[in-house]
Design a protein around this ligand. Structure first.
Ligand SMILES: Nc1ncnc2c1ncn2[C@@H]1O[C@H](COP(=O)(O)OP(=O)(O)O)[C@@H](O)[C@H]1O
Ligand SMILES: [Mg+2]
Length: 238
């Protein structure tokens, strides 16, 4: 018996004006599952995450979280229902300290879960603990990204949507992000991640999806990606 999905999107269509950006996307995430969304630039990855988060309204289709339809819900309500979002390009508060950025985001999760306290966060991100008094705009790119992930965790999500978190970071900072995401997944948080680093995604994620022009052209395990290596590389432009 498969577990019922935590998140389920069916027949999602999204348009920006006349351009049809997601075309009949079916997408599921089981509780605690890690799923990568791959694809070249402009294929609709960010749009998919923003639609799941309630930041873009689908033209048609259904989205259920824990079996409840969330189409038309505000992003803030979807966040309260257990979805954390780490957007492309970060977005921390520059004029708050690290600690303030985290405290302002703190909130029990759906079902009153409080797994991610400030202390648990600082255990996970020792660097943020050292920098707890620093202002947001004094942080390095890697530290800002850690803070963005930390802030999303402070709402105790059951699902974390992560968009290009390692983009533009130095190799060591990237490694740190991958290690941290692995620890978060190890605590049972489901993760949907968009990224370009195929090897890191294979190591983190149980399932992989490739989007081409708003349609899913591949869905499978890391073994499946390897088995269809030539097709995968051509779709990703590698
Ligand atoms: N706010 C918007 N208004 C109009 N077109 C958009 C907007 N956001 C994205 N697009 C277009 O939608 C397509 C998918 O974009 P996006 O979801 O950002 O792709 P990806 O994250 O895969 O690079 C692209 O053609 C992009 O130009
Ligand atoms: Mg994008």
């Amino acid at each position: 018996m498969n577990k019922p999905p935590l998140l389920e999107a069916l027949g999602l269509n999204v348009c920006y004006g006349a351009s049809h950006v997601l075309r009949g996307v079916d997408f599921r995430v089981a509780p605690g599952e890690t799923v990568s969304v791959l694809g070249r630039n402009g294929m609709g990855k960010t749009t998919l995450l923003r639609t799941l988060m309630g930041l873009v309204a689908p033209k048609s289709g259904e989205i259920r979280l824990g079996g409840v339809s969330i189409v038309g819900w505000r992003a803030s309500a979807i966040a309260r229902a257990g979805v954390g979002f780490v957007p492309e390009g970060r977005g921390i508060f520059p004029n708050l300290t690290v600690e303030e950025n985290l405290v302002f985001a703190a909130r029990p999760g759906a079902n009153g879960r409080r797994d991610w306290t400030r202390e648990a966060l600082f255990d996970l991100f020792p660097r943020l603990a050292e920098r707890r008094g620093a202002w947001g705009d004094q942080l390095s790119g890697g530290e800002q990204q850690m803070l963005t992930i930390g802030r999303a965790l402070m709402s105790n999500p059951s699902l974390l949507l992560v968009d290009e978190a390692t983009e533009g970071l130095a190799p060591l900072a990237r490694d740190d992000i991958w290690r941290t995401l692995g620890l978060i997944a190890g605590r049972g948080v489901a993760i949907v991640i968009v990224d370009k680093n195929l090897d890191d995604l294979k190591a983190l994620c149980r399932r992989h999806v490739i989007l081409v022009k708003g349609q899913i052209v591949f869905e499978g395990t890391a073994d499946g990606l390897v088995a269809q290596d030539e097709f995968v590389r051509s779709q990703l432009g590698l």
